[in-house]
Design a protein around this ligand. Structure first.
Ligand SMILES: [Fe+2]
Length: 136
Protein backbone atom coordinates (compact mmCIF):
# COMPACT_ATOMS: atom_id res chain seq x y z
CA UNK A 1 0.00 0.00 0.00
CA UNK A 2 1.56 3.27 -1.12
CA UNK A 3 1.78 6.08 1.38
CA UNK A 4 2.91 9.63 0.90
CA UNK A 5 5.92 10.66 2.89
CA UNK A 6 6.57 14.13 1.50
CA UNK A 7 6.31 16.01 -1.71
CA UNK A 8 7.62 19.38 -2.85
CA UNK A 9 5.62 21.45 -5.26
CA UNK A 10 7.79 23.87 -7.20
CA UNK A 11 6.83 27.44 -6.34
CA UNK A 12 7.41 30.54 -8.44
CA UNK A 13 9.05 32.03 -5.36
CA UNK A 14 11.82 29.39 -5.64
CA UNK A 15 12.98 30.84 -8.95
CA UNK A 16 16.19 32.82 -9.03
CA UNK A 17 15.43 34.21 -12.47
CA UNK A 18 18.74 32.76 -13.65
CA UNK A 19 18.16 29.85 -15.99
CA UNK A 20 21.55 28.10 -15.77
CA UNK A 21 20.77 27.37 -12.11
CA UNK A 22 16.98 27.27 -12.06
CA UNK A 23 16.71 24.35 -14.50
CA UNK A 24 18.89 22.10 -12.39
CA UNK A 25 17.26 23.28 -9.14
CA UNK A 26 13.90 22.27 -10.56
CA UNK A 27 15.36 18.92 -11.61
CA UNK A 28 16.55 18.33 -8.04
CA UNK A 29 13.03 18.89 -6.73
CA UNK A 30 11.60 16.50 -9.35
CA UNK A 31 14.23 13.89 -8.43
CA UNK A 32 13.32 14.24 -4.77
CA UNK A 33 9.64 13.69 -5.60
CA UNK A 34 10.47 10.57 -7.65
CA UNK A 35 12.44 9.29 -4.69
CA UNK A 36 9.51 10.02 -2.38
CA UNK A 37 7.17 7.98 -4.58
CA UNK A 38 9.48 4.95 -4.57
CA UNK A 39 9.96 5.10 -0.81
CA UNK A 40 6.23 5.61 -0.25
CA UNK A 41 5.66 2.41 -2.27
CA UNK A 42 8.17 0.63 -0.05
CA UNK A 43 10.42 0.00 -3.06
CA UNK A 44 13.76 0.50 -1.34
CA UNK A 45 15.95 -0.86 -4.11
CA UNK A 46 14.43 1.75 -6.43
CA UNK A 47 14.81 4.21 -3.54
CA UNK A 48 18.53 3.45 -3.41
CA UNK A 49 18.87 3.92 -7.16
CA UNK A 50 16.93 7.20 -7.08
CA UNK A 51 18.92 8.43 -4.07
CA UNK A 52 22.06 7.93 -6.13
CA UNK A 53 20.53 9.76 -9.10
CA UNK A 54 19.64 12.63 -6.75
CA UNK A 55 23.18 12.69 -5.30
CA UNK A 56 24.77 12.79 -8.75
CA UNK A 57 22.46 15.57 -9.93
CA UNK A 58 23.03 17.52 -6.71
CA UNK A 59 26.82 17.21 -7.02
CA UNK A 60 26.78 18.52 -10.59
CA UNK A 61 24.43 21.35 -9.69
CA UNK A 62 26.34 22.36 -6.54
CA UNK A 63 29.68 22.35 -8.37
CA UNK A 64 28.26 24.67 -11.03
CA UNK A 65 26.59 26.90 -8.47
CA UNK A 66 29.70 27.13 -6.28
CA UNK A 67 31.78 28.17 -9.31
CA UNK A 68 29.26 30.93 -10.00
CA UNK A 69 29.30 32.04 -6.34
CA UNK A 70 33.09 32.41 -6.59
CA UNK A 71 32.85 34.45 -9.79
CA UNK A 72 30.21 36.81 -8.38
CA UNK A 73 32.09 36.90 -5.04
CA UNK A 74 28.99 36.18 -2.98
CA UNK A 75 30.06 36.91 0.61
CA UNK A 76 28.15 33.97 2.12
CA UNK A 77 29.60 31.40 -0.27
CA UNK A 78 31.52 29.36 2.32
CA UNK A 79 28.43 28.88 4.50
CA UNK A 80 26.34 28.07 1.48
CA UNK A 81 28.90 25.49 0.35
CA UNK A 82 28.72 23.91 3.80
CA UNK A 83 24.94 23.47 3.37
CA UNK A 84 25.56 21.75 0.06
CA UNK A 85 28.01 19.37 1.73
CA UNK A 86 25.54 18.62 4.51
CA UNK A 87 22.80 17.81 2.04
CA UNK A 88 25.06 15.36 0.17
CA UNK A 89 25.91 13.64 3.48
CA UNK A 90 22.21 13.30 4.38
CA UNK A 91 21.43 11.94 0.89
CA UNK A 92 24.29 9.42 1.13
CA UNK A 93 22.98 8.24 4.50
CA UNK A 94 19.55 7.74 2.96
CA UNK A 95 21.02 5.76 0.06
CA UNK A 96 22.81 3.52 2.55
CA UNK A 97 19.63 3.10 4.62
CA UNK A 98 17.80 1.92 1.50
CA UNK A 99 20.42 -0.74 0.93
CA UNK A 100 20.87 -2.37 4.31
CA UNK A 101 17.70 -3.97 5.66
CA UNK A 102 15.70 -0.75 5.66
CA UNK A 103 13.40 0.05 8.52
CA UNK A 104 10.51 2.11 7.08
CA UNK A 105 10.54 4.57 9.97
CA UNK A 106 14.26 5.24 9.59
CA UNK A 107 13.88 5.64 5.84
CA UNK A 108 10.97 8.06 6.23
CA UNK A 109 12.89 10.06 8.83
CA UNK A 110 15.93 10.17 6.55
CA UNK A 111 13.82 11.29 3.62
CA UNK A 112 12.15 14.07 5.61
CA UNK A 113 15.54 15.29 6.81
CA UNK A 114 16.71 15.44 3.20
CA UNK A 115 13.55 17.21 2.06
CA UNK A 116 13.78 19.84 4.81
CA UNK A 117 17.46 20.40 4.08
CA UNK A 118 16.74 20.89 0.39
CA UNK A 119 13.88 23.28 1.07
CA UNK A 120 15.20 25.36 3.95
CA UNK A 121 18.91 25.50 3.41
CA UNK A 122 19.30 25.06 -0.30
CA UNK A 123 16.19 26.31 -2.13
CA UNK A 124 15.46 29.12 0.36
CA UNK A 125 19.16 29.69 1.06
CA UNK A 126 19.73 30.31 -2.66
CA UNK A 127 17.59 33.44 -2.36
CA UNK A 128 20.45 35.04 -0.42
CA UNK A 129 22.58 35.32 -3.57
CA UNK A 130 19.74 36.02 -5.97
CA UNK A 131 20.55 39.74 -6.17
CA UNK A 132 24.21 39.02 -6.92
CA UNK A 133 23.43 37.02 -10.06
CA UNK A 134 23.74 38.52 -13.52
CA UNK A 135 20.37 38.93 -15.21
CA UNK A 136 19.91 36.69 -18.26
FE1 LIG B 1 22.64 26.26 -3.35
Amino acid sequence: MASKIGFVEWQDSFELGYQPLDDSRRFLVESLNDLSRALGDGDYSEGGRLSLRFINAARRHFAREEDILEVIEFPGREDHKAHHGKLITIAKNLEKLCQDHPDPEDVNRGFLELMNMLLDDVIQGDQDFRDYLPRD
